[in-house]
Design a protein around this ligand. Structure first.
Ligand code: PGA
Length: 252
């Protein structure tokens, strides 16, 4: 059976004391009864402390929100995959739509980041998803296919064992508009079909595909009931421990 995962992308939110409080609340609320892997992606600054805080809790993992295309050197303000791995972080998010749209990260840049992360044995949450204009033009599948082909599918089947894909329609992120469970399932099945085509049955069957975009404690259960939806990448609702844990408990 595929792993079930709920990942919280905190984006640029929370001061250090607020970060610590939220992690403590989360750890208190989540317990062994949750069969879901929980991944927490706070700002870089708090990652080392997060690793310490979650080290005694199995099934809870630290994740960076981004990494540099470069290995090391004169790149002011950047953080390398090697640095992230060196503090014990296991995951990194690559290709979030905010990185694509606000910071100009295109498929070529993201392929470099993927290689940096894989080179450091980090696990990836690779985000893909169409904009509203793509969906209106019925180009959503071609957009997602190109994102995956150009940034991710050069990896070997072996490296793909460390990849989680997150489908996040851009029009649903932070807008309160969620893809319907059927719309999400349709795209997840399409992505699984691409994995089958570019790799093999076992890669397609074992790669978790998360849904992201206004996923919350009210709509998670219906989304997660779909056969190809293996969990969620949660923005807004991950900033509240009760809501986030409720989402993690939404698997039937
Ligand atoms: P949202 O964000 O849950 O606030 O829509 C999801 C994301 O950006 O990963």
């Amino acid at each position: 059976m595929r792993r079930k995962i709920v990942a919280g992308n905190w984006k640029m939110n929370k001061t250090q004391p607020e970060f610590k409080l939220l992690v403590e609340q989360l750890l208190k609320l989540s317990n062994d009864a949750i069969r879901t892997d929980i991944i927490i992606a706070p700002p870089y600054l708090y990652l080392e402390q997060l690793v310490d805080l979650v080290s005694k809790t199995s099934g809870v993992y630290a994740c960076a929100q981004n990494c540099s295309t470069e290995k090391a050197g004169a790149f002011t303000g950047e953080v390398s995959a090697e640095m992230i791995a060196s503090v014990g972080v296991e995951y990194v998010i690559i290709g979030h739509s905010e990185r694509r749209s606000f910071f100009g990260e295109d498929n070529e840049v993201l392929a470099k980041k993927v290689n940096m992360a894989v080179g450091e044995n980090l696990k990836l949450i690779f985000c893909c998803g169409e904009q509203l204009k793509d969906r209106e033009a019925k180009d959503q599948e071609a957009t997602v296919r190109d994102q995956l082909k150009e940034s991710l599918f050069h990896l070997s089947a072996d490296a793909m064992k460390n990849v989680v894909i997150a489908y996040e329609p851009v029009w649903a992120i932070g807008t309160g508009l969620t893809a319907t469970p059927d719309q999400a399932q349709e795209m997840h099945a399409f992505i699984r079909g691409l994995l089958m085509k570019h790799y093999d049955d076992s890669t397609a069957e074992s790669t978790p595909i998360l849904y992201g975009g206004s996923c919350n404690e009210k709509n998670a259960a219906e989304l997660f009931s779909k056969s190809d939806i293996d969990g969620g990448l949660i923005g807004g609702a991950s900033l509240d421990a009760e809501k986030f844990v409720a989402i993690a408990r939404s698997f039937a």
